[in-house]
Design a protein around this ligand. Sequence first.
Ligand SMILES: [Zn+2]
Length: 64
Amino acid sequence: MSLRLLVSDFHTEGNVETCPRCKATMHEVTRIAPLQQEPGLIAYECPRCSYLTSVFLPAGGEPT
Ligand SMILES: [Zn+2]
């Protein structure tokens, strides 16, 4: 139970990504909005160690 909570917390906290190397909060550098049938993408860069990562946004995302 508590493990499941922890995992979902870790993964779905808004659009904030944490650097896996130095645990700094990563900055969003670019964002491609998802289309109805194509996934979008958000790229993040760590301000401390310049680590780069990207996260896919599901296609047809909810209109918020
Ligand atoms: Zn870093």
